[in-house]
Design a protein around this ligand. Structure first.
Ligand code: SDX
Length: 428
């Protein structure tokens, strides 16, 4: 006998099916509720509402568990590479050595960006925010690859679009970094791997190959893996709902980039560094800022703390915090805001307000400190989050399209004016 949920409305009892996931999550299937009762449900911010069934990522917020296609994030971050995790997320299984090599080669072959994209890229003011530039440039790719507009692409054609976007993104990100410095772009090189190519395009010069300490390359793999997917977060839900209208992959990811930009979401990694800098410049008084964060009359929030799902440590934050110590030590970097971050974390974790609300450091709390140690400007941090999240967005978009899910169109409860009589302006 399958489990059901009984709901009685106007004296009529409905039995709604209960869905059980492979990790034993439970959901009440309300897809027939309105037909059977005329009622809808209301859940502002979708805090208790599932939008889909997905096989890509599992989060256990109470226990701080994150797994991709059944693999623990701790194992992937420690032992895998970014493109191997990208393959796993998008195609559902780990690739063989040969398949991974071909995946890497196919992506590398797509890293060159059409020179005409530089024409409108040149129009951005040099201080315009990198996330606005990124969303624009990614959306513009559909103009150069119009075949992607066909919602009925064959699997092979769709895969070409996926590979193309994975190849173009690091180059576009490097263009944005170079523009912020007023420097010429550096082109991808055939003899470099994905991360080495990316770092050379970011920090290299036109005629000089820059080599990178393996510690730095390893840190970038780890950071991008830790950001690769996170089930139905704000930006991924945006990618899915835009893609559900049969919009092309570039447009869907461009929308996701804009959702990620918000400081409550991916923009938090930049906001954390700015917050830590403010605390440092204000004398390092963490208690003062904890008090501000708890004051309901103060809009200040402790950036990098709290999470919609994790009511325990974000496993990614733990890994990044350790990586922070390791990398700064190996690079010989002393960053005073790291000490402030640790003091702030220690104070918050023992503060009743944060304990009561189960507020812990999230992925954004320490990541900016590493990005800064690696030489990135703070307004590039969320762009790096987007680069990491790209395979997750693609995987979720592909899963939604493969399952032919319907166009996303939530309902509402109307609470506005009713039956107002229109009067001519002359009589108002
Ligand atoms: C990411 O969803 C994902 O998976 C996202 C992400 C991913 O990988 O895609 O993990 C990436 O976006 C991480 C989150 C980055 N954002 C921040 O660090 C911004 C600061 N955090 C908050 O704004 C907040 O915690 C959110 C937005 C992350 C979550 O907000 P919720 O789930 O809507 O929770 P809420 O605002 O209802 O807060 C519940 C209570 C409230 O207090 P009360 O009204 O109950 O008294 O906790 C308080 C909030 O005021 N609270 C905070 C706080 N976060 C929540 N108080 C102070 N500082 C904070 N950071």
């Amino acid at each position: 006998m399958s489990e059901t949920a009984s709901i009685t409305l106007n004296g009529k009892t409905l039995e709604l099916p209960v869905i059980t996931g492979t990790e034993n999550e439970k959901a009440i299937d309300i897809s027939k509720l309105r037909d059977q009762s005329g009622y809808i449900t209301l859940d502002i911010g979708y805090k208790n509402t599932g939008a889909t069934q997905s096989a890509i990522t599992f989060l256990d917020g109470e226990n701080g568990v994150l797994k991709h296609r059944g693999y623990k994030i701790e194992d992937l971050a420690e032992k895998s590479t970014f493109l191997e995790v990208a393959y796993l997320l998008i195609y559902g299984h780990l690739p063989s050595k040969e398949v991974l090599e071909k995946f890497r080669a196919d992506i590398k072959a797509q890293m060159l960006v059409h020179e005409d994209m530089k024409i409108f890229f040149a129009g951005f003011p040099s201080k315009s925010h990198p996330m606005g530039q990124l969303s624009c440039l990614v959306g513009a790719l559909s103009a150069f690859y119009p075949e992607s507009l066909n919602p009925n692409q064959t699997e092979e054609e769709e895969n070409k679009t996926i590979i193309n976007l994975l190849g173009k993104m690091p180059t576009i990100v490097s263009w944005i970094q170079k523009k912020s410095l007023g420097h010429p772009v550096v082109y991808p090189k055939k003899d470099l791997g994905y991360i080495d190519n990316f770092m050379n395009m970011i920090f290299g010069e036109v005629n000089s190959d820059k080599t990178f300490d393996p510690v730095i390359i390893d840190a970038m793999h780890k950071l991008l893996i830790l950001h690769a997917d996170h089930e139905q977060n704000c930006s991924t839900s945006t990618v899915r709902i835009v893609g559900s209208s049969n919009a092309n992959l570039y447009a869907s990811v461009s929308a996701g980039i804009n959702a990620l930009w918000g400081p409550l979401h991916g923009g938090a990694n930049q906001a954390v560094i700015e917050m830590l800098e403010d605390i440092k410049n204000d004398g390092g008084d963490v208690e003062k800022y904890l008090a501000k964060a708890k004051d309901k009359n103060d809009p200040f929030r402790l950036m990098g703390f709290g999470h919609r799902v994790y009511k325990n440590f974000d496993p990614r934050a733990k890994i990044i915090k350790k990586a922070c110590d390791d990398i700064l030590e190996k690079l010989g970097v002393q960053d005073p805001v790291l000490d402030i971050a640790k003091k702030l974390e220690e104070a918050a974790l023992s503060d009743q307000y944060f304990i009561d609300r189960k507020l812990y450091p999230n992925v954004d709390f320490y990541s900016g400190i590493i990005y800064r140690a690696l030489g990135f400007n703070s307004d590039m941090f969320t762009v790096l989050f987007a680069l990491g999240r790209l395979p997750g967005w693609i995987a979720q978009w592909k899963e939604m399209r493969d399952k032919k899910e319907p166009i996303g169109r939530p309902r509402q409860v109307y609470n506005g004016e009713i039956d107002r009589v229109y009067t001519d302006i002359s009589t108002r």
